[in-house]
Each structure stands twice: as structure tokens, then as C-alpha cells.
Design a protein around this ligand. Structure first.
Ligand code: OAD
Ligand code: ZN
Length: 254
């Protein structure tokens, strides 16, 4: 059941911010972080694959892991939740999408200008001088499908010869300052913040809903289960984003 007040709120919103987490991509087949930590990742040290120290210790292992992830993500599709968000672009005057996800499913569903707080899987940069590296060729285009055991050396920076790293935020690294500052401003100016599929456990991204609330925004969230934002949300919709979000957009905009 979707509350009529929320339908009205989204229908007449003048500045809507949507904050997404791994839950919005779950129905596309990307495991969420909590699933990973209790699932496939539980037997290995994520610090080795998602940290600068891990990259220094074994650049080829880390690079190969992200090549494997890119290969996997390139083979899956955006789900109805991504498409529902993209459909709002033409309906809401000021719509901003902020994501903690590093996949490109929002973009492939049609959202441009998405703010990626934790970086992007398909982008890379020099570990030494930070020079951006040309967008990675899509692994799907490669002849031999990349399997988990293939170890690939990272490329080298054309500017300084340093090793190229994935442009994602690793353990212990700060968020991109411009993206985070812009996200704070957008959340403080929003009349409605819609939070989709995040546990709200990782800061500073998890701070954004509290800022929005303090600045007077109404808060709605779609999640599969009760989470950190339960108490500050004006509307808590429990269920799958791929089902609830298209329904909410249908009820609001027909
Ligand atoms: P989590 O795995 O922590 O949380 C995913 C949330 O999505 C959970 O609250 C689930 O209940 C919910 N969920 C799962 N499937 C869903 C579905 N089909 N529909 C709706 N909700 C669903 O992932 P995040 O909150 O995104 O940081 O994690 C935040 C950050 O923690 C990640 O960006 C990553 C990790 O450390 C970095 O990579 C820097
Ligand atoms: Zn360099």
C-alpha cells in the first residue's frame, strides 16, 4: 500500500533528490554489500581487493578483480527501478540522483549527471598522479570472456608511467569532495528525499538524509527491510525497489 500523501508529494515535488544504494541494483543481479560480506566475500579479505595497500601489495590481483567485476556488470541490465528513476527526469523540474553504487546502471537506464559518491567501476586513473585514464574498453567486447582466475596487469599512465587503478573509493579513502559537497547542498534544498536500497551504515553518505530532514525535506524510503533511516523517514515502503518504485511513479504520473 503506497500512502496517498507520498503520491501527492512526489507528484508536486519541485526539487526531488533520490539517493540510491546497492538495493536498487540487486534485482539486476548485483549482490549487495551486506550479501557479499555474508556471502561470497566472507572467505576473503576485502581489504586486499578494495584498499590502496592491497593494490600496492598486488596490483595485478586488484586490477583483475575489478576487470572481472566490470565484465560481470557489462553483462547485466538495468532493472525496472532504474528505469522508473530515469522516467522521472521529464516529470520533475529539479531531479537529482545521488548514488553510492559504482555500477553504470542508472546511466544505462537513461539518467545522466548521476552523482557517484563512491566512484565508478568503468572509470580509472593513475595511482601516482591521478591523471584520468581513457575509459576502459568494455570487457564484453573482448574475445575471451574474462574468468575469475585470469590475472591481468594494470595498464600504465601515459603521463607519468605510474600504475592505473580503478576510480572507486577504497577502504580508508575520502569521498570525492566536490560530489559530496554538491550532494549536501542538493539534500538541503530538496522538498523530498527518496532513499532507495541502502542500509544507511556507511558514512558520510549516510549523513545526507539527516541533513535533508534537518533542512525541512520530507523523507521517503524504499527498502527490503527495516534499516537505519526507519525513524527519520516520513514514509517507509518495505519491498523490492523493482516493484515498488514503478508502482509509485505510475500512481503519481500515470
Ligand atoms: P548494503 O548492502 O549495505 O545495503 C543494501 C540495502 O538494500 C539493504 O538495506 C537491503 O535491505 C536493501 N535491499 C536489498 N535488495 C533490495 C531490493 N530488491 N529492493 C530494495 N531494497 C533492497 O549496500 P549499501 O547501503 O549501498 O561503500 O552500502 C553502502 C556502501 O557500503 C557501499 O557503497 C560500499 C559499502 O562499503 C564503498 O564502496 C565505499
Ligand atoms: Zn600518472
Amino acid at each position: 500500500m503506497i500512502p496517498p500523501q507520498l503520491i501527492e508529494k512526489i507528484k508536486f515535488s519541485q526539487s526531488l533528490v533520490i539517493l540510491t544504494g546497492a538495493g536498487v541494483s540487486a534485482e539486476s543481479g548485483i549482490p549487495t554489500f551486506r550479501d557479499l560480506v555474508t556471502g561470497v566475500w566472507q572467505n576473503f579479505d576485502a581489504q586486499k581487493l578494495a584498499s590502496a595497500d592491497g593494490f600496492v601489495a598486488d596490483p595485478a590481483l586488484v586490477w583483475s578483480f575489478y576487470e572481472w567485476c566490470r565484465d560481470k556488470v557489462s553483462k547485466i541490465e538495468p532493472n525496472p527501478a532504474h528505469h522508473a528513476i530515469a522516467s522521472l527526469v521529464s516529470k520533475i523540474p529539479n531531479l537529482s540522483v545521488i548514488t553510492q553504487n559504482v555500477d553504470d546502471l542508472h546511466e544505462r537506464a537513461g539518467n545522466n549527471g548521476v552523482i557517484h559518491l563512491h566512484g565508478r567501476l568503468n572509470h580509472s586513473r593513475c595511482f601516482r598522479c591521478n591523471e584520468p585514464h581513457a575509459d576502459l574498453e568494455n570487457n564484453a567486447a573482448k574475445k575471451s570472456p574474462l574468468d575469475r582466475d585470469q590475472i591481468i596487469d594494470p595498464p600504465h599512465c601515459r603521463k607519468c608511467g605510474g600504475l592505473i587503478r580503478p576510480d572507486v573509493i577504497w577502504f580508508g579513502e575520502a569521498l570525492p569532495q566536490n560530489e559530496y559537497n554538491l550532494s549536501e547542498v542538493l539534500c538541503m534544498e530538496a522538498d523530498l528525499l527518496l532513499i532507495i536500497g541502502t542500509s544507511g551504515l556507511v558514512y558520510p553518505a549516510a549523513n545526507l538524509p539527516y541533513l535533508a530532514k534537518q533542512a525541512g525535506a520530507r523523507i521517503a524510503q524504499i527498502n527490503y527491510e527495516v534499516n537505519e533511516f526507519e525513524s527519520i523517514a516520513d514514509f517507509n515502503l518495505y519491498g523490492k525497489a523493482g516493484k515498488l518504485l514503478p508502482l509509485l511513479c505510475q500512481l503519481a504520473f500515470g
